[in-house]
Design a protein around this ligand. Structure first.
Ligand code: UD1
Ligand code: UDP
Length: 389
């Protein structure tokens, strides 16, 4: 029997993907030391937002499916908090792992820290410095509830130091003396690990008839882009006019939030234009393998997603960020990405700029693809130490 029990708390699409790197590394290298108990909050629940990732990435079946689903921020976080607390009391893990900045992350970290269970926050230290973003509140709060803060980038580490975290903290680590590690990005682990397999298995290029063609990949799902009709309209109008002018296909896998927001545009003439535009391909959410392949072969990426911004860098594709700020600011500083916001002029200008001048500078920003191994090594050291006490 494994010596240590850890609980992984996940629930949203990018967390399934991130967690797969840790589960894989436990299975391959730490199965004697760690038993992983997986809790799925059910924040994302459509098969194409959830099940598809468990199957494709061979993530173990969750031990607990909380089925919380959608709702207001307070409802969603509150119900998760209650249900996660019950599980933590029952399971008594040595440590809880949370990922990123969603309501699931917040509920998991808060439930654990109040029970004095150490929290490891993977993807710590990121900041947009915009607290109107629900994710920014979640990130800052989770970092301050964590005993282990694993930052994917140097910027993440710097942000934490500026908030008063001690980069030289030494054991014994506690929530009052947390450990900071700059370990690289586990999404980079996954991109390296899965790309070849994805290229073999996915037939998405053929299915969308873009094999060998120039196309743009676009995702939109941020609350301020979907729930603000004017912003969504501006972005879609920009895609409409650029695609007609350049005669490029735009592949747009729609997050359910965006699919639900689109009918709000029916009052304007925008929807008519979009429906008649043969270059705009609005499709269902894709599997991770299909996304990797589309990212690897596209001409450019336009997105408001955190994960997709990073993947644009892994695959060296220019990126128009459909936001006014980014947590991945080094992408902008290296000239790889532009903050085009929801501004049609800026989107157009940046698109034309990148068509003429694709970025050439790609320093290593996201580690060596072995972040999961690093993280587990540190966590096992800590858990071994706490057994000896
Ligand atoms: C959440 C995260 C966001 C992350 C994104 C990843 C928070 C505050 N936000 O945003 O940081 O970037 O996940 O994709 O946690 N819906 C469905 N089916 C589903 C899931 C959602 O129809 O399987 C619809 C529902 O109408 C729901 C809406 O999408 O109300 C938003 O879902 P929610 O999980 O609240 O936030 P996301 O926008 O997905
Ligand atoms: N992704 C996916 N299918 C899609 C859209 C995104 O598999 O249709 C992947 C994407 O490749 C990345 C992750 O989901 O690995 C990003 O998740 P998302 O954009 O939902 O959230 P964010 O990263 O912004 O929190």
């Amino acid at each position: 029997m494994a010596k240590h029990k850890i609980i992984t708390i996940i629930g949203a699409r990018p967390q399934f993907i991130k967690a797969s790197a840790i589960s894989r590394c436990i299975k391959n290298n730490y199965s004697e030391q760690i038993r992983e108990v997986i809790v799925n909050s059910g924040q994302h629940y459509d098969d194409l937002m959830s099940k598809v990732f468990f199957n494709e990435l061979e993530i173990p079946e969750p031990d607990y499916d909380l089925g919380v689903g959608s709702g207001s921020h307070a409802y969603q976080t509150g119900v998760m908090l209650q249900r996660i607390e019950d599980i933590l009391i029952e399971e008594k893990p040595g440590l809880v792992i949370v990922y990123g900045d969603t309501n699931t992350t917040m509920a998991g970290a808060l439930a654990a820290v109040k029970l004095h269970i150490p929290v490891a926050h993977i993807e710590a230290g990121l900041r947009s410095f915009n607290k109107s973003m629900p994710e920014e509140i979640n990130r800052v709060a989770c970092d301050h509830m964590s005993t282990f803060l694993f930052t994917p980038t140097l910027t993440g580490l710097t942000n934490l130091v500026l908030e008063g975290f001690d980069p030289d903290a030494k054991p014994d680590y506690t929530v009052d003396n947390p450990a900071l590690f700059h370990c690289g990005d586990i999404m980079f682990d996954n991109a390296l690990f899965f790309l070849d397999l994805a290229e073999k298995k996915s037939n998405i290029l053929q299915a969308l008839d873009v094999s060998g063609k120039d196309y743009i990949l676009c995702t939109i799902h941020r609350e301020n882009n979907t729930d603000d009709t004017a912003r969504l309209q501006h972005i879609l109008q920009a895609l409409d006019s650029i695609s007609r002018e350049k005669q490029f296909d735009f592949i747009i896998p729609l997050h359910p939030r965006t699919a639900k927001a689109m009918p709000q545009l029916t009052k304007s003439s925008v929807m008519d234009n979009l429906a008649k535009n043969p270059y705009l391909k609005f499709i269902s959410p894709l599997s991770y393998f299909d996304m990797l392949v589309l990212e690897n072969h596209c001409k450019m990426i336009m997105t408001d997603s955190g994960g997709v911004q990073k993947e644009s860098y892994f695959f060296r594709k220019p990126c128009l960020v459909l936001r006014s700020e980014s947590e991945w600011i080094e992408l902008v500083e290296t000239g790889h990405a532009v903050l085009a916001d929801a501004n049609p002029e800026k989107i157009r200008e940046s698109f034309l700029h990148f068509m003429e001048h694709p970025p050439v500078n790609h320093p290593s920003l996201f580690g060596d693809g072995k972040a999961a191994e690093f993280i587990l090594h540190e966590l096992v050291k800590f858990l071994d130490g706490s057994l000896q006490e």
